[in-house]
Design a protein around this ligand. Structure first.
Ligand code: DQA
Length: 150
């Protein structure tokens, strides 16, 4: 699995500015640099996208289908908790998708405990801060290695 797309949803461009106690002090550009460096080390070709708009994220997911992307890592931000449109888009493109959250959504407000998008994903990583994205890359790498063995 080589071609990976990382999608950040609404307000994630404000990481490092908003609620630092929850999301950390590092800004999204620096987080992205680290993701790209780790992806390169793992021999992956990664593309990163951020949008504050539900439709923009859906367009990107559909573009992933046409571009032959093999794995998607998505942090849908607050859309996680109510966007059936995003859930349908993830299911439609039939690309293995891992959901990531910087914070542990289960320790927070009640409305954050439910993810409507996770059901369309192969798994979810939450509570590990920016390392969640790296863990998701590692999961894809391990899956690809397992697929080669079988
Ligand atoms: C988040 C968790 C969401 O509940 C929240 O709305 C976000 C960020 C996270 O990364 O922890 O915007 O997805």
């Amino acid at each position: 699995m080589k071609k990976i797309c990382i999608i950040h949803g609404p307000n994630l461009n404000f990481t490092g500015i908003r609620e630092q106690g929850v999301y950390g002090k590092k800004n999204l550009d620096d987080i992205n640099k680290n993701i790209l460096a780790k992806a390169e080390e793992m021999g992956m070709d990664a593309d990163i996208f951020q949008s504050n708009y539900e439709g923009g994220i859906i367009d990107k997911l559909q573009q992933c289908y046409f571009d032959g992307v093999e794995g998607i890592i998505i942090n849908p931000g607050a859309f996680t908790h109510y966007s059936y449109a995003l859930r349908d888009a993830i299911a439609s493109v039939k690309i293995p998708t891992i959901e990531v959250h910087l914070s542990n959504i289960h320790q927070r407000d009640e409305f954050r405990h439910k993810s409507v998008t996770a059901a369309s994903c192969i798994g979810q990583m939450c509570g590990f801060g920016e390392n969640g994205y790296i863990l998701a890359l590692m999961a894809f790498k391990m899956m690809a290695e397992d697929a080669k063995k079988s």
